[in-house]
Design a protein around this ligand. Structure first.
Ligand SMILES: [Zn+2]
Ligand SMILES: [Zn+2]
Length: 198
């Protein structure tokens, strides 16, 4: 029996996939090669986080295992622009370390080099609004879900925190600050929930 790997897109024999009893056909949809590659990238990235810690001596509140999960979830796509990166992705601190961001999985995500340097120390919502064309709303939504899930908060609580970070950033610069338009999201989630329920 053959299976399609969702990461490399190749059709391979089923014994080249890992077993997973939760899945319908008893295997994961990621082939063993892709899994090992992902774990190697994850180990590298975790090593780099340790390096960073020397510069910003704040505690590391995550571990290799959580990194492996993060890498598995992302399927080699940038969290912000959604591009498929070819080299090891960079770790972005959603709230910049400089602004008090933690080395905690809820504050870490994987992005391409160009998004990482473009965002720099900007709050997430400021970066999002300045890059509407490169940062689809659906990706922003996933990032907020990631933050909410790993910090055990609700979506709205995370949004409130992100709005506050944006207000602080704008205030210092004397910018007018409008709340991010979440109405489209709300409609979108209502739609998803209806689909889930039915
Ligand atoms: Zn594969
Ligand atoms: Zn990107």
């Amino acid at each position: 029996m053959m299976c399609l790997c969702r990461v490399c897109g190749q059709e391979k024999s089923i014994d080249l996939f890992e077993r997973d009893s939760r899945k319908k056909n008893g295997t994961t949809t990621r082939c063993k090669d892709c899994k090992h590659l992902s774990n190697r990238k994850s180990a590298k990235a975790f090593g780099r986080l340790r390096e960073k810690q020397k510069k910003y001596p704040i505690p590391i509140e995550t571990d290799q295992q959580e990194f492996d999960v993060l890498f598995a979830q992302m399927d080699d796509l940038c969290s912000y622009c959604g591009c498929a990166y070819t080299s090891t992705p960079t770790i972005d601190h959603i709230q910049a370390m400089k602004n008090g961001g933690r080395h905690h999985i809820s504050n870490l995500t994987l992005v391409c080099k160009s998004c990482n340097s473009a965002k720099n120390n900007k709050p997430l919502l400021v970066y999002y609004e300045q890059n509407a064309l490169n940062f689809p709303q659906i990706n922003l939504t996933s990032v907020v879900h990631h933050m909410a899930y790993f910090s055990r908060r609700t979506f709205d609580e995370v949004v409130e925190e992100l709005e506050q970070q944006k207000r602080d950033y704008c205030e210092v610069r004397g910018w007018n600050c409008y709340a991010t338009d979440f109405t489209r999201w709300t409609a979108y989630f209502a739609f998803l929930n209806v689909r889930k329920a039915s």
